[in-house]
Design a protein around this ligand. Structure first.
Ligand SMILES: [Zn+2]
Ligand SMILES: [Zn+2]
Length: 179
């Protein structure tokens, strides 16, 4: 959903829409988020404030996330509010350009005077992730020796004496194909 900010004059504009699970596209470089678990409700309010724009948004839904430790999928509620400030600034070519004032996220969603609300949502979903995504606080992860998921299986490796280097490996992500 692409909005021309110049269409927002005195009255703020409100956008409400739902994104269906099929909307989510996996990102090869960041595959922590597998997708949406049901529709994602989006509410975005855009208001003009002087020469700037204030975008207030709220996301509500559920994500399917990959656990950093055991690599299994789990569901996680997403309930997140955000605020962005934008400005249209004149550029050298005489064309105006939209500028994100607080640069805490990518600016892929800005082009000329237009903002792509779905890209804003996508960026906010990534920002909503915790530093570490765990299916549960006490997720046991994968066995560093045989790779079984220790939450669901036990293996004989536990009783063997571990070299400290192997203990460290336990926390490494074992994903990403090399073929
Ligand atoms: Zn886990
Ligand atoms: Zn094992």
């Amino acid at each position: 959903m692409i909005i021309d900010l110049k269409s927002i004059l005195l009255a703020p504009r409100r956008f409400e829409f739902s994104l269906e699970p099929g909307w989510w596209q996996e990102d090869q470089e960041n595959d922590q988020i597998i997708g949406l678990d049901g529709p994602l409700k989006v509410e975005i309010n855009i208001a003009k404030a002087g020469t700037k724009y204030v975008l207030d948004g709220h996301l509500s839904g559920r994500l399917i996330i990959r656990c950093d430790r055991c690599l299994e999928q789990y569901g996680s509620d997403l309930e997140s509010g955000f605020r962005l400030f934008l400005a249209i600034s004149p550029s050298g070519t005489g064309q105006s350009e939209l500028e994100l004032l607080e640069d805490d996220m990518g600016i892929d969603f800005l082009s000329g005077n237009e903002i792509d609300l779905e890209e804003v949502v996508r960026a906010q979903i990534y920002l909503s992730l915790p530093m570490k995504c765990l299916c549960s606080e006490d997720c046991l992860g994968l066995c560093p020796f045989c790779g079984v998921n220790l939450n669901v299986e036990t293996c004989g490796c536990q009783s063997e004496k571990r070299h400290p280097a192997f203990l460290k490996m336990k926390n490494l992500k074992l994903k990403g194909g090399t073929e």
